[in-house]
Ligand binder design. Structure first.
Ligand SMILES: Cc1ncc(COP(=O)(O)O)c(C=O)c1O
Length: 395
């Protein structure tokens, strides 16, 4: 059966074609293998597979053909040697930390990371003797100072959730490597369609597949991409043992999501830029945070490091929490939900939702103000999104 493989194919060809292994049925679309285990020809075959002497599937906590197709496709898109799929974005971060850190190690993270990531680092990793510290700035001098502590792992989310801060991946990779640290980048907001951290020097990429990789708000999933040793051996080893692996059904949804990834990311970016420009002109909006705006503090860096600016627009209302909640409650079209990366535009108040379980001090350090609103601009008509926001603002 004809199955052409060529790693020199362009991004969109890889998004549609890579990772497909047609069965003898000749199916055009990728199949789903909903099976928890695999049958061996005899006891000796079972023993050989378990010992690793012979390759092949054993049990779907370890490997599954549909999950493997997703892993191969995403690895091709990120330009990584290996990808390991997980049950959620948080389990991708957990698996990476558990695989690459030991008690007594140090983890340095950008301060503006997703709320559950902060909780994982502060409330759980610290319990196991891992020292966690945060760099409160995107400024490379601050990173240079912070990395003098010789951490084993450096974690950066760029653009950050929800403030859309941009971190210099190439610069931080160089500084991390000088100290012998592994750089992990959460590439959830951009996806490989807009940013490829491994090309910029990062060692490991994390995804919440729940977001743009799915693209339609259907399934939970995550992924870790990187080299054969750290990801293929260490992260996979943890996952296989601990169990937060991806279901084949979810993997199939993500496989189909990846096929339209770059089209969607371009469309999200174009609409988000229009909405951000429109928001800048609204009275009562004190600040709009969107990397595509000239007013964004790291606009130049975003331009250099990303192919486009993505779908997340955050903004601050002068009236604080009251004004933010009023706007959110008055919208009719936009969904009030904590997810992002959906075709449907979503809106949330980070201080009371995604970052609500952080202490006031943690929220302050992460720069989450009471008047902050985060939107993930979907694929509806921009005029309808703006009309809904205008209704929310009472204009
Ligand atoms: C940047 C970022 N990383 C990781 C996660 C966690 O992903 P999941 O919800 O799939 O566990 C999220 C979720 O919102 C996120 O926004």
């Amino acid at each position: 059966m004809k199955e052409e493989r060529d790693s020199s194919y362009g991004f969109d060809t890889l998004a549609v074609r890579s990772g497909q292994h047609r069965t003898s049925e000749g199916e055009q679309s990728e199949p789903i293998f909903p099976t928890s285990s695999y049958v061996f020809a005899n006891a000796a075959e079972a023993a050989a597979r378990f010992s690793g002497e012979r390759p092949g599937n054993i049990y779907s906590r370890f490997t599954n053909p549909t999950v493997r197709s997703f892993e191969e496709r995403l690895a091709a898109l990120e330009g990584g040697a290996r990808c390991v799929a997980t049950a959620s974005g948080m389990s991708a971060i957990l698996a990476t930390c558990m695989a690459l850190l030991r008690a007594g190690d140090r983890l340095v993270s950008s301060a503006g990371v997703f709320g559950s990531t902060v909780m994982l680092f502060n409330n759980y990793l610290r319990r196991f003797g891992i020292e966690v510290s945060y760099v409160p700035s995107a400024d490379l001098e601050a990173w240079e100072r912070a990395l003098r502590s010789m951490p084993q792992l450096v974690f950066v989310e760029t653009p950050s959730n929800p403030l859309t801060e941009i971190y210099d991946i190439r610069g931080i990779a160089e500084l991390s490597h000088r100290q012998g640290a592994t750089l992990v980048v959460d590439n959830c907001f951009c996806t490989p369609a807009l940013q490829r951290p491994l090309d910029l020097g990062a060692d490991v990429v994390i995804h919440s597949a729940t977001k743009y990789l799915d693209g339609q708000g259907r399934c939970m999933g995550g992924a870790v991409i990187g080299d054969a040793d750290r990801v293929g051996k260490e992260v996979f080893g943890f996952l296989r043992t601990a169990g937060p692996s991806m279901s084949p059904f979810n993997a199939w949804v993500f496989i189909k999501g990846l096929e339209t990834l770059s089209l969607r990311m371009r469309a999200h970016s174009a609409s988000a830029l229009s909405v951000a420009r429109w928001l800048e002109a609204q009275p009562g909006v004190s600040r709009v945070l969107y990397p595509g705006l000239e007013s964004h503090p790291q606009h130049g860096l975003a331009r250099a490091q990303q192919a486009d600016f993505g779908g997340i627009v955050s903004f601050e209302l002068a009236g604080g929490r009251e004004a933010a909640w009023r706007l959110i409650d008055r919208t009719r079209l936009i969904s009030i939900t904590a997810n992002l990366g959906d075709t449907k535009t979503t809106i949330t108040h980070p201080a009371s939702t995604t970052h609500g379980r952080l202490s006031a001090q943690e929220r302050e350090r992460a720069g989450i103000e009471e008047g902050l609103v985060r939107m993930a601009v979907g694929l509806e008509d921009v005029a309808d999104i703006q009309r809904d926001l205008a209704r929310g603002m009472g204009s």
